[in-house]
Design a protein around this ligand. Structure first.
Ligand code: FBP
Length: 511
């Protein structure tokens, strides 16, 4: 056996019933490489957005699978449904490269009975013994549904996953401190934010509003803030917890702008998380209402052009006064098509522009003589497709090895995980069933793996909260520079991971 029992996790009673064929035991590697009696055929696919380290995950799989056949599914779950795959013979050219272009990816959600039946056909057609899904929260949910379906129908094909997302919101306390892709995105953004911070006391005239990708969670923003120490950093989860309205956020940024102007520093940097608007109470209610209307009237709404759609929502919403008060480009973005998972595409909303405009207005009202010149930036795709950091390269490769071992051990419904980053690394198998919970989406009950949002009681957040007043007042920022692949600064762990795991060193040591 390659894995032995490391403990058992609980599961929601409704989940327990619906996923009766999956296990809830946590597995730890016992150091042996399992040797099945015959050659297996294993298909791997990317799902969702790219993340630094994806290609290393495939390299890890290939190395551990050895003589077994590794197939690459083209273009994500959509490609799986189409049975579009090829044998991966050589991975020597893709190690440590960015992007997911070796296979491609998409956001097709496999959950409907006819899709599950289609996968079953593809499994038979390609004689698959296992499917490995490399994805985030939604993709892991789909994987759990597929694993349960196959087990319940006696289809001998295993489903194993690897946690990937630049958003950093797939984690399970000490069992999986972070997914791969998070470190790369954060370090790319930290370099860019650091450069802009460095510019501010030189040119002494701009306030930069920088939106950072990361979808709903502010995990990326918190890490970048810890690395760069900007003048203002907004954490959506904190604003929601304290029920802070957008107007109060604008007031508080304005206070900092005016205070710094008075002390001869008419410049600064504000970090804005991608999901901010979803967390402010007035927007939350508005977005919820738009989502509900979208769900109910989907067919009708999707046929409208954007202008018609805007006026349709402007007439039909209860929160129409708030909707009408927003600039037209924000109104349009709020009613854009949802993604395949039914999510509002927050990446499309220019929150940084909205905030810069609102703060500009408030500065004018409160101190007409104060000069306020905003610049806006949105950092997104450049963070998730860069070559992986040393940490992500290591993490993704080891997750590939672990996922392959789980498959070779005949396990299904498991997520490959890695922990103990500072003491050599410990490979684990986390049961997907224990991560599932029940949620309401578009008016329907669904099984989901919840995103892990920033915990305002966590050591990482507390550190940030204790230091931000000093960062706002003075120029105590850091400009960490480009990510390093070798040398003394290469084996750094994300700061959030170091603080939250209580590590006594900030360096990883994993073979
Ligand atoms: P996942 O890793 O969860 O798939 O998402 C990563 C992400 O980059 C988010 O931060 C962002 O909101 C979204 O993808 C953008 O999606 P798209 O690739 O469809 O533009």
């Amino acid at each position: 056996l390659a894995f032995s029992l490391a403990g058992t996790l609980g599961s929601d009673p409704q989940v327990r019933e619906a996923f009766a064929h999956l296990e809830t035991t946590v597995l730890q590697s016992d150091g042996f490489i399992p040797a099945p009696e015959r050659k297996l055929r294993v298909a791997a696919l990317f799902s969702g957005g790219p993340a630094g380290g994806g290609h290393n995950a495939l390299v890890g799989l290939k190395h551990m699978l050895g003589d077994h056949t590794l197939l690459g599914v083209r273009n994500g779950p959509g490609g799986l449904l189409a049975g579009d795959m090829f044998e991966i013979l050589d991975v020597s050219g893709i190690a440590n490269t960015g992007g997911f272009d070796f296979l491609g990816t998409d956001r097709t959600k496999i959950k409907r009975p006819e899709q599950l039946a289609k996968v079953r056909e593809v499994i038979v057609q390609h004689a698959l013994d296992a499917i490995i899904i490399i994805g985030g929260d939604d993709s892991n949910t789909s994987a759990a549904i597929l694993a349960e379906y196959l087990e319940a129908n006696n289809v001998a094909c295993r489903v194993v996953t690897m946690p990937k997302t630049m958003d950093g919101d797939v984690q399970t306390k000490s069992l999986l401190p972070c997914p791969f892709g998070y470190d790369t995105a954060c370090r790319v953004y930290a370099e860019l934010v650091g450069n802009i911070l460095q510019d501010t006391p030189s040119s002494r005239k701009y306030w930069h509003f920088i939106k950072l990708m990361g979808r709903t969670a502010s995990q990326v923003l918190l890490e970048v803030a810890l690395q760069t120490q900007p003048h203002v950093a907004l954490v959506s989860e904190e604003l929601q917890e304290r029920n802070v309205k957008l107007s109060a956020v604008v007031d508080s940024i304005t206070d900092t702008v005016l205070d710094r102007a008075q002390r001869g520093m008419p410049y600064g940097v504000v970090l804005v998380p991608e999901g901010l608007l979803e967390f402010t109470p007035e927007f939350q209610a508005l977005i919820l209402e738009i989502d509900e209307l979208f769900g109910k009237e989907q067919e009708h709404v999707l046929r409208m052009d954007l202008d018609t759609r805007r006026s349709y929502f402007a007439q039909h919403l209860e929160h129409r006064a708030l909707y009408a008060s927003l600039p037209e480009y924000i109104q349009g973005m709020l009613v854009e098509d949802r993604d395949a998972y039914g999510n509002l595409q927050v990446a499309l909303i220019s929150t940084e522009r909205l905030l810069a405009e609102l703060v500009g207005k408030r500065v004018k009202e409160r101190a007409p003589g104060v000069k306020f010149t905003p610049q806006t930036h949105s950092f997104g795709y450049e963070g998730r497709c860069g070559a992986p950091t040393a940490f992500d390269a290591m993490l993704a490769y080891n997750l590939g090895l672990t996922a392959a071992c789980l498959v070779l051990s005949g396990k299904t419904g498991y997520m490959a995980a890695m922990t103990d980053f500072t003491t050599g690394g410990a490979p684990l198998g986390i049961p997907l069933k224990s991560l599932l919970t029940v949620e309401e989406r578009e008016g329907e009950r669904e099984y989901v793996i919840r995103k892990v949002l920033v915990d305002t009681k966590s050591p990482a957040f507390k550190y940030f909260a204790e230091h931000r007043a000093e960062w706002a007042k003075n120029d105590s920022f850091n400009s960490p520079g480009p990510r390093q692949l070798w040398g003394p600064a290469a084996n750094q762990l994300p700061k959030t991971v170091v603080l939250n795991q209580g590590y006594s060193t900030s360096r990883f040591s994993v073979g």
